[in-house]
Ligand binder design. Structure first.
Ligand SMILES: Nc1ncnc2c1ncn2[C@@H]1O[C@H](COP(=O)(O)OP(=O)(O)O)[C@@H](O)[C@H]1O
Ligand SMILES: [Mg+2]
Length: 323
């Protein structure tokens, strides 16, 4: 049976070395220099938008430094999955307990994905864990926003900034996949995928695979793939928020931003349209709300925080009506 790695193009075409990586020139150059002397490698912090190669590069670093048996010396944790800092501490402790470092293995590597999901208390504890295990282990943290990582951790890490990938690089990468898969495509359809995904490579590849499954990758099939998925997720999110289930609504929001890579302005617009199409709601109040958040996003505020706050206000709006 085919494994997930063979079925999912994002896994199948995940770069295995720095040369395979698209774009991210600056990250690549600095890392290549650093990997020449792995013994001196500090902890690393990879910051940047979803789908730009942070986890991929963390795995490449581990593979490059640790060689064939890299998996035995690498611990992968996801900060948003693990049940709190105690679980992280226990897992890191047992991972670093035995110092069975062989020749050619300078240290073990802990990859902590989405570290900016941790509360600042948890991050303070994390910093202590990093210090306690620094003889045996190096940490690679990834985050969407480096500003959400507490200063004492930032200052102990070499920070690498990943950028949204450029149109040329994305289209070239998608084209390579199409050729490798022998799938038919129109070039303008690949540009349209880029437009929808704005430099999020994970999402671009997923959408390409879905469109390819419909036969040929054309403007038509790409439009269809995007329209259906995103609209129904926005609708769900609005329903959850108005139903007062803020936690689930926020989860949908993060899914839309991270998995679908939906730009915040689109999210705001589609949410607005969805809310305005509903009956039994104070449309004037809602319009004022959206205008306020439209303004804040335009000022460059953190979109995840602002849109979460908007969902919270929407929950309150419906509650106010029903009481
Ligand atoms: N720079 C890149 N070059 C080529 N493919 C990439 C790049 N960045 C991401 N990808 C593709 O997107 C998928 C997700 O990348 P990942 O490293 O998990 O992103 P992040 O951790 O930044 O959210 C990878 O499996 C790979 O297929
Ligand atoms: Mg990641």
């Amino acid at each position: 049976m085919a494994t997930e790695a063979e079925l999912m193009w994002v896994e199948k075409y995940r770069p295995r070395s720095l040369e395979d990586l698209a774009d991210q020139e600056e990250v690549r150059a600095r890392l290549e220099a650093m990997l020449k002397r792995p013994q001196e490698m500090p902890h690393l912090l990879f910051a940047g938008p979803p789908g730009t190669g942070k986890t991929t590069v963390a795995l490449i670093v581990a593979r490059t430094i640790l060689g064939d048996s890299w998996k035995d010396y690498t611990l992968e944790l996801n900060a948003s999955d693990e049940r709190g800092i105690d679980v992280v501490r226990e897992r890191v402790k047992s991972f670093t307990r035995y110092v069975d470092l062989r020749e050619g293995i300078p240290f073990k590597i802990v990859i902590l994905d989405e570290a900016d999901e941790m509360t600042s208390d948890a991050q303070t504890a994390l910093r202590r864990i990093m210090e306690e295990s620094s003889k045996v282990a190096r940490f690679i943290l990834t985050a969407n926003y480096s500003s959400n990582i507490i200063e004492p951790i930032q200052s102990r890490c070499a920070v690498f900034r990943f950028v949204r990938m450029g149109e040329k690089d994305v289209v070239a990468f998608l084209e390579r996949i199409c050729k490798a898969e022998g799938c038919q495509y129109d070039e303008d359809a690949l540009h349209l995928i880029y437009e929808y995904t704005q430099g999020d490579m994970r999402q671009a590849i997923n959408q390409l695979q879905t469109a390819a499954a419909m036969g040929k990758v054309t403007l038509e099939s790409v439009r269809q793939v995007f329209g259906i998925g995103r609209r129904s997720a926005v609708k769900d999110m609005v329903q959850l928020a108005l139903g007062g289930d803020f936690a689930s609504a926020r989860k949908k929001l993060l899914e839309l931003m991270r998995i679908y890579g939906m730009p915040e302005q689109d999210l705001l617009k589609f949410t607005f349209e969805e809310v305005m199409s509903l009956k039994d709601l104070d449309h004037a109040e809602a319009a004022k709300l959206f205008a306020e958040y439209d303004y804040r996003l335009g000022q460059g505020s953190n979109p995840e925080i602002q849109l979460s706050a908007l969902l919270a206000e929407l929950s309150a709006l419906r509650k106010a009506r029903s009481t």
